[in-house]
Design a protein around this ligand. Structure first.
Ligand code: DX5
Ligand code: ZN
Length: 227
């Protein structure tokens, strides 16, 4: 995985057909997805449940781009090795998930993954200052994590702008997760984000038997950020 700041679209499979992840991933990649975003929820850190390492290992073979695993779980550390073995390229933990984020990030890199750090909407960026040398990606949540299809929280635009300044020329991706549409995406790329997670806005209107809307939806986001 090489680093660049071009805009990347990472469809979240939270909005895909759960009975058909393999084909959904292949369809959305064929339609132009840059990364595949995989939401892991534990019903404890967030009020919803999805799946764990065996599902990640099963879908890994259907992903030919980048497997971007977003862990909405606490604790994180006991599961890092399992998600690394399942094939995560980027493994993102929440700052709010435990007291020892520095150790968690070290363990993620130690397991051979790119280390991501996610921030809930209420968390300030000063928490990140002493972790900048430990991270490959910072995920700014633009909804409260747990569900797809929620409304974008506008206060996070300013947060991304300040974070982008803090990062300077370090090779750190800024990822945005939640409520991304052709209307909200340009606010974030202009503020300095490069990875746009989008679930409902990508998968709406399509299916594995009719995947063209996935491509149209992603092109609409790309056109909005280019214009
Ligand atoms: C929310 C998840 C997101 C979610 C985004 O907790 O982390 O990845 O799937 O969904 P949309 O794009 O529908 O807001
Ligand atoms: Zn996510």
């Amino acid at each position: 995985m090489s680093f660049d700041r071009t805009v990347k679209i990472a469809p979240s499979i939270l909005s895909a057909d759960f009975a058909n992840f393999g084909q959904e991933i292949e369809a959305v990649e064929a339609q132009g997805a840059d990364w595949i975003h995989v939401d892991v929820m534990d019903g404890h850190f967030v009020p919803n449940l999805t799946f764990g390492p065996p599902m990640c290992a099963a879908i890994r073979k259907h992903i030919s781009t980048v497997m971007d695993v977003h862990l909405m779980i606490a604790p994180v550390d006991p599961y890092i090795e399992a998600f690394a073995e399942a094939g995560a390229d980027v493994l993102t933990a929440h700052l709010e998930a435990g007291a020892h984020t520095h150790r968690t990030l070290q363990a993620i890199r130690g397991a051979g993954c790119k280390a991501g750090l996610a921030l809930n909407p209420a968390t300030g960026i000063e928490e990140v200052e002493y972790l900048l040398d430990m991270v490959d990606l910072i995920c700014v949540m633009t909804v409260n994590p747990g569900f797809g299809g929620q409304k974008f929280i506008h206060s996070q635009v300013q947060k991304v702008r300040r974070l982008r300044e803090m990062i300077g020329d370090r090779p750190i991706h800024i990822e945005i997760d939640g409520g991304i549409t052709p209307e909200t995406a340009p606010l974030m790329t202009e503020a300095g984000a490069d990875v746009l997670v989008a679930g409902s806005a990508v998968f709406k209107g399509g299916s594995v038997s009719d995947p063209a809307p996935y491509g149209e939806n992603m092109r609409a986001i790309r056109a909005a950020v280019a214009g």
